[in-house]
Ligand binder design. Structure first.
Ligand code: GN1
Ligand code: MG
Length: 357
């Protein structure tokens, strides 16, 4: 069945959908770091049940409101675009609160599957097409109406200040063990300066961005074509560099942020080109010249941000991401700083791929 810890809460939530106990099975799903997710099979249908991590999403109602604003707008203005939004329970609620926390139930898209690693450029192309398709479907929706579900989430100036605070407050031993990576963060802080200039100039359009574009958040059909995007909690107003950059961060290397052997980290140029082509495929006519000049920067921006988030969490005692082994978040940070290095080594050639878009 499922983690016993949650079993009682899950059946309470499902009772609100009139799912009778005994008529469904529950199995854990996915490997996200933040929310807990289960697959529910009820009679002949499948659903995704998720518990919102309210340490991270401190205002779950804001998250729920964002999705209903988007859902209502799409139903009226762009019904052909399909999103897998939470289903109302018998009381009409799409966010179900029980004593343990807040839950949502989403339909599981029939015939879909997800993948964990980008094995070939076609997959990167399809994913980029899916995320650009999402932003494009909502291009006439006023993104500034959306709540920032995590304030400052992709604000690199703020993330850098957060790191500085973590360095100041860290216990001596952790600060010492992390010294090389702290130096690395400081040595690459020009990425923060560029972000500051870009964001304060106010020339980049505010768009509806997904903010978590890892490949496991894309649905694929049996033929390998994308069927849309999932995991919508971090959908917020944002900048082009977030979604494009997070795809680069998570697709370019054949190994993930969890890899401990940094020698395996590399940047695959054909994947970079496929992300650019896939994104342009759905958003090409909407991107402004400034955005089209930022493909490479987007990659460095997101890799650097993730590196300092892991580093900051290590210094703060692993309170955000958790750690499954000693120094886990330091290893994750080192992995991302290594990926940044591999990217910077290929700056010229990658910029050429971007210029061809
Ligand atoms: C978190 O929970 P998950 O794995 O979808 C994080 C992302 C990070 C990612 C790194 C709300 O996403 O920003 O990129 O871990 N989400 C939040 O694996 O912090
Ligand atoms: Mg997520």
């Amino acid at each position: 069945m499922t983690d016993d810890l949650y079993a009682g809460w899950l059946s309470e939530v499902l009772a609100g959908y009139d799912f009778a106990e005994g008529d469904y099975t529950i199995t854990p799903l996915g490997n996200g770091l933040i929310n807990r997710t289960w697959l529910v099979q009820y009679k002949l249908s499948s659903y995704v049940l998720q518990r919102v991590n309210s340490n991270v999403f401190t205002d779950p109602k804001a998250l729920d409101q964002n999705l209903s604003m988007i859902g209502n707008w799409l139903a009226k203005n762009n019904p052909a675009y399909k999103l897998h939004l939470p289903i109302p329970n018998t009381a009409g609620l799409t966010l179900v609160s029980v004593a343990d926390g807040h839950y949502r139930l989403m339909p599981f898209a029939a015939g879909s599957h997800t993948i964990d690693v980008v094995a070939k450029p076609e997959q990167a192309y399809e994913a980029a097409n899916a995320f650009a398709g999402f932003t494009s479907a909502l291009s006439q929706f006023d993104a500034t109406q959306l709540h920032e579900t995590i304030p400052g989430f992709h604000n690199l100036s703020w993330r850098y200040r957060q790191l500085t605070g973590c360095i100041t407050n860290a216990i001596a031993i952790r600060k010492k063990v992390a010294a090389d990576w702290i130096a690395n963060a400081e040595a690459n802080a020009d990425i923060v300066d560029t972000y500051y200039k870009l964001s304060s100039a106010g020339l980049l359009p505010t768009r509806v961005m997904h903010h978590d574009t890892k490949i496991s958040n894309v649905l694929f059909n049996a033929g390998g074509q994308q069927m849309g995007v999932i995991d919508l909690d971090t959908v917020m107003p944002g900048l082009f560099i977030s979604d494009v950059g997070d795809m680069m961060r998570t697709y370019l290397s054949p190994v993930s942020e969890e890899e401990q052997d940094f020698g395996k980290i590399e940047v695959r140029e054909d994947i970079f080109a496929a992300i650019v082509a896939g994104y342009t495929g759905s958003m090409g006519n909407q991107l402004i010249a400034l955005e089209r000049g930022l493909w490479f920067y987007a990659a460095t921006f997101m890799v650097y941000m993730q590196a300092i988030r892991f580093l900051g969490d290590y210094l703060a005692g692993d309170t955000y991401y958790g750690a499954r082994y000693e120094n886990h978040n330091l290893v994750r940070a080192g992995n991302q700083f290594t990926l940044l290095q591999r990217l910077l080594e290929k700056e010229e050639i990658l910029k050429r791929h971007g210029a061809n878009a």
